[in-house]
Design a protein around this ligand. Structure first.
Ligand SMILES: [Mg+2]
Length: 117
């Protein structure tokens, strides 16, 4: 599945389960949705960070490698991705197109360091 298709599938899902969310009348409603999504996204990033914190703590104090937590990290990363996709849909943003643009900018940016180093 391509990124564009994936955005479409998520939008269809959201329209089916949360139709009110997508009834956006004016800028106030738009900001309302944007605020909800940034809080949700930050929450998921926090959940991801909390697992990393626990892995670090276990390793630092007990020398325990908690590789079984990697699936929890993957799950939180998907939550982050899903909220990213929903936010992109709200912003009417083609993620694939923006990804490619950014990748090309990053290539120019980091090529400078490679040439110098
Ligand atoms: Mg989560």
């Amino acid at each position: 599945m391509e990124l564009r298709e994936l955005q479409k599938v998520q939008k269809e899902f959201d329209l089916e389960y949360f139709p009110e969310f997508w009834r956006i009348n004016g800028y106030e409603d738009f900001l309302d949705r944007l605020e909800y999504l940034v809080v949700a996204l930050a929450g998921e990033v926090g959940e991801f960070a909390n697992i990393v914190k626990k892995m670090r703590r276990e390793y630092m104090h007990l020398g325990v490698e908690e590789r079984e937590r990697l699936d929890q990290l993957r799950e939180e990363l998907i939550d982050i991705f899903i909220y990213t996709v929903i936010t992109a849909n709200l912003l009417d943003m083609d993620l694939e197109e923006w990804f490619r643009k950014k990748l090309s900018l990053n290539r120019e940016r980091f090529d400078r360091y490679r040439d110098n180093g």
